[in-house]
Ligand binder design. Structure first.
Ligand code: PRX
Length: 649
């Protein structure tokens, strides 16, 4: 099986892909041209599928210089109405909105119809109101993958509060930083979460976070029933507080540009940024991308394995599917518990039609052999998706052949927290696929490749990926710091949005994402700023200096490689390495656990003191032959000692 990407390695889309509703090749060409030539007309038409309290007349209202992004700015709507109430009003209240599959196959699952979802969201919304939450307030959601997580998001949207969901794997310090940054006075959490039978102490983590940050109230959903401490006057059990709330809660009319949510994400420098998405554009973008990319047909079961703590969960577990009236499966557990066939067991059990996961999960399951897949009847699957990192052709083929039985198209969807939804992908009925390539731009997306000096590169070429025109789902700002938004995304190549990714475009106009070109690494599809890991390391009293880089990792895509210099007089040892690993987990969370700790007496620096990361990356990659010019280093001998250290591990 080849793992090399080839421009002419085509995989045909199924001949019967079109049943009259699917976007065909001709539809794509026509609609793409229209979306670029007449953006206002095109997006007004897409937006018309949603219910608006006031229909927008101003559609695209954006500028990249100065940076001011607005869409549908005189429109009014509520995304919770479009995701929930609208389907009940249309007589589809009995349709299943959410299927909950618990961590253990023996646990209690749940199916929730749209009518039940409405009742649950109203209950949560009225409980939040009872705690004093109002339009514009920030509410932190730190939840396991249970339906109440989605209820909480939708409840915030319903009453106009801005949610900030924090991934359940983050540490108390990470929670505290995020709660403080957006001055969120309310936190919704659960007693505990479950992942692969392991207990995640969510409430205890919130308690620890609130020793460093402050909140008026914590709403705790009882989930596992485990023992947790409750602080009188601050902490409330959801099940108790919600017992007597009313059964009505109208959707707050929101201006299209009113904030919907904040989601923290890592960048090259500094602490994670609170990326802000607003109501109208995000609604239209997630509704439209879900509809066309997943080619959803009523009655189908759709499963995205992401966590609601990441943007994929926001856009493609909650808002995209529900706005389309789809049935979205929420899975609390992990792919390898109780065994490596869990994903496929769940697909069989619920007759999943559309399955969307990350390359890291595919590679991990591929390693366990196809026997786990073969045990299950996966004939319900019609479409597979991939997201989060580049997928290597070998994993793509395995996914297509073994999971999809060679029948199902695979959509490799490239996008980012900042883009709100899918940007580059093939469409299942319109495009043949190439394993390893994300494919073509979605409607309205104008990618451009530039060299390091900003010169535009035409034709088949490779460069830095920019987007030249705004799209409805684009993030509007960094919460509380618009200057940082401009600096991060619009200053490298003025007048363009810079994605931070490298990319190749082939002669067929297909895009191949090559990975980040900045100091961000992608570990198992999770975005990590190397600076964040460095800050955590140097907080340890024995550490003097640290430099962190990514290196290729068979399963995770990239691993975390840390060069660490200890204070004078301190000795490294295996025990200390273990302690330092634990330290980083405690500071950030398990996803930041270093894969390699390389203790070194010094780091390669220029005479002005700048660490030469290029060299550190090459050494971590075991590429000693191509270190480039090392003559500008203050102490060139350090390189030999680093190479020796690398070879000895
Ligand atoms: O490097 C790209 C990679 O993930 C980054 C965005 O990470 P995040 O904001 O956490 O969002 C992840 C889920 C959308 C991108 O800059 N990435 C995402 N999808 C792909 C990808 N790289 C290659 N192929 C993809 N399909």
């Amino acid at each position: 099986m080849s793992n090399t990407a080839h421009d002419d390695d085509w995989v045909k889309r199924p001949a019967d892909a079109s049943d009259g509703t699917t976007c065909t090749a001709a539809d794509y060409e026509r609609m793409y041209a229209e979306s670029v030539d007449d953006a206002d007309g095109f997006w007004a038409e897409q937006a018309a599928r949603l219910d608006w309290i006031e229909k927008p007349t101003r559609i695209a209202g954006w500028s990249y210089d100065p940076v001011d992004i607005k869409w549908f700015e005189d429109g009014k709507l509520n995304i919770c109405h479009n995701a929930v109430d609208r389907h009940v009003d249309a007589g589809n209240g009995d349709r299943v909105a959410l299927i909950f599959e618990p961590d253990s196959p023996d646990g209690e699952g749940r199916t929730i119809t749209y009518a039940e979802l409405k009742a649950e969201v109203v209950r949560m919304a009225n409980t939040l109101k009872k705690l004093g939450v109002k339009k514009g307030d920030r509410v932190t959601i730190y939840m396991p993958m249970i339906p109440e997580g989605a209820f909480a998001m939708l409840a915030c949207a319903r009453i106009g509060a801005i949610h900030s969901v924090i991934f359940g794997g983050f540490s108390p310090d990470a929670i505290a930083g995020r709660v403080e940054d957006c001055r969120s006075d309310w936190i919704v959490t659960a007693d505990q979460g479950l992942r692969g039978s392991k207990v995640v102490p969510l409430k205890a983590n919130v308690d620890a976070a609130l020793e460093k940050a402050s909140a008026k109230a914590v709403l705790v959903v009882r989930h596992t029933g485990g023992d947790v401490a409750m602080t009188e006057g601050r902490d409330h059990w959801y099940q108790e507080l919600s017992a007597d709330v009313g059964e009505e809660c109208p959707c707050e009319p929101m201006n299209a540009e009113d904030p919907l949510f904040i989601l923290y994400t890592s960048g090259s420098t500094g602490s994670p940024k609170g990326v802000l998405h607003t109501t109208g554009g995000y609604s239209v973008w997630t509704e439209t991308t879900f509809r066309y990319v997943f080619d959803y047909r009523p009655g189908e079961i759709y499963w995205c394995t992401a966590d609601i703590g990441w943007v994929t969960g926001h856009s493609y577990i909650v808002y995209g599917p529900l706005q389309n009236g789809a049935t979205s499966l929420m899975f609390e557990g992990v792919p390898n518990y109780p065994d490596h066939d869990r994903f496929w067991a769940v697909c069989e059990k619920h007759k999943v039609n559309i399955f969307y996961t990350a390359p890291t999960a595919i590679r991990a399951l591929m390693r366990e052999g196809e026997g786990h897949v073969a045990k299950h009847d996966l004939s319900s699957l019609r479409l597979l998706g991939s997201v989060g990192e580049p997928i290597n052709p070998e994993a793509w083929r395995w996914y297509h052949d073994h999971v999809g039985g060679g029948r199902t198209p695979v959509v490799d969807t490239w996008w980012q927290t900042e883009t709100g939804g899918i940007m580059i992908t093939t469409l299942p009925g319109a495009h043949d696929m190439k394993p390893g390539s994300a494919g073509r731009p979605f409607f309205g997306i104008c990618p451009q490749l530039v060299d390091n000096d900003g010169h535009v590169l035409d034709g088949a070429t490779e460069g830095n990926l920019c987007i030249t025109r705004s799209w409805p789902g684009q993030a509007r700002t960094v919460y509380g710091d618009h200057e940082r938004f401009i600096q991060t995304y619009f200053s490298t190549y003025p007048g363009k949005y810079f994605t931070g990714d490298g990319c190749r475009r082939d002669a067929d106009g297909y895009y191949w994402i090559t990975g980040r070109v900045d100091d961000v690494i992608n570990v198992s599809g999770h975005r990590m700023g190397t600076a964040e890991v460095e800050s955590a390391l140097v907080l340890h009293p024995k550490v003097s200096e640290a430099a962190v880089v990514g290196y290729p990792h068979d399963i995770k895509g990239q691993g975390i490689y840390c060069y660490v210099t200890l204070n004078a007089g301190e000795e490294s040892s295996d025990d200390f390495a273990g302690e330092l690993r634990q330290w980083v987990r405690k500071e950030i969370g398990p996803i930041a656990t270093p894969d390699h700790l390389h203790f070194t007496p010094g780091l390669p620096k220029t005479r002005s003191g700048k660490i030469m990361r290029r060299i550190l990356r090459k050494i971590a990659e075991n590429e000693f032959g191509s270190l480039g010019d090392t003559s500008t280093l203050a102490d060139p001998t350090i390189v030999d000692s680093l190479i020796e250290g690398r070879q000895n591990r």
